[in-house]
Design a protein. Structure first.
Length: 166
């Protein structure tokens, strides 16, 4: 009889722990609540690019695991070309997240939105290196740029996914 009571108590305790864990996971901030936010980011960059490292930190803070591959400029260009990313979308780094490509300083919240919504696109891009984008912040916010996060297709078509104001 004692064994049955102990087993029932243990089963109740497990139920409470599982229920509490589920409740606390639902109450997290939207930037980290999504299971996709824990997806692996495979980042390709040159070893000397500091802003790429800052973008990786930005993604880690949002809950992503980031695997960094440092490479020479020619190898990075080859990665972009092998994934069919047109040069008009290029920036200083390229990331692969699941079935999607992320080119440049795309904010984590937009990556999470893409992973949650699963649009039929090749990926997101922030061409160039706009001041104020994740990894490109400067202390004087009056110098931050307005920029667009683009949703792009491998055929070169694109549309504005999010317009970002400083």
């Amino acid at each position: 009889m004692k064994k049955l009571a102990i087993f029932a108590s243990l089963a109740g305790l497990i139920f409470v722990v599982v229920a509490f864990t589920s409740l606390s996971a639902d109450s997290q901030a939207p930037e980290t609540a999504s299971p996709e936010a824990r997806a692996k980011v495979v980042l390709y960059k040159t070893p000397t690019c500091g802003c790429c490292g800052k973008w990786a930190e930005h993604m880690e803070k949002a809950g992503f695991e980031v695997e960094v591959h440092n490479m020479a400029n020619q190898a990075l260009t080859a990665v972009k070309l092998s994934h069919g990313i047109e040069s008009k979308f290029w920036s200083c780094h390229t990331a692969v997240i699941g079935d999607y490509l992320v080119e440049g300083h795309v904010p984590a919240d937009q990556v999470i939105k893409m992973l949650d919504e699963k649009p039929e696109i090749a990926g997101l891009a922030v061409p160039g290196m706009p001041t104020g984008s994740p990894g490109m912040e400067v202390p004087d916010k009056t110098q931050w740029d307005t920029y667009n996060v683009l949703a792009f297709q491998k055929d070169g078509a694109s549309s504005v996914y999010k317009h970002i104001e400083p």
